[in-house]
Design a binder for this molecule. Sequence first.
Ligand SMILES: [Ca+2]
Ligand SMILES: [Ca+2]
Ligand SMILES: [Ca+2]
Length: 153
Amino acid sequence: MTVQAVDNGSPPAIGETMVFIQLIDVNDSPPKLDAEKAFIKENSPPNSLVTQLTASDPDLPPNAEPFKFKLLTGTPLFSLDEESGILLTKTSIDREQFDKFDLTIEVQDAGGLSSRSNLFIEVGDENDNPSKSRQVQVIIKNFEGTFPGCSCQ
Ligand SMILES: [Ca+2]
Ligand SMILES: [Ca+2]
Ligand SMILES: [Ca+2]
């Protein structure tokens, strides 16, 4: 930015100088989780990847990355790596038992500000419940040895 100084002389003398203003970033924005939804197929083996969480923070380093992720919802079904944001299953999930989850995740920036968001996880269906066999009774009436549409005796 340029600053001009004018004195009261006649004619006035004008001086110009460049002034650099350095804005110092303060950590006034908590990070926010980028994704709100994830998906996992039912019957996936334990340690399957659900998603890798990422976050955004408008502040400059060191008030932004690296982030720390925390799973606040107590659940025996998922594990979240604090540093990488990798969310894994701990066990195989049965969609006929649980078809969705709403997890609360806390994300913290390197300056210590944090926010909480919900992560909705949908469990995808597999056709793993075959229809049960039923007993069906079929009665065929035989009229004097002839059966319409059939060459049987
Ligand atoms: Ca921040
Ligand atoms: Ca199932
Ligand atoms: Ca199923």
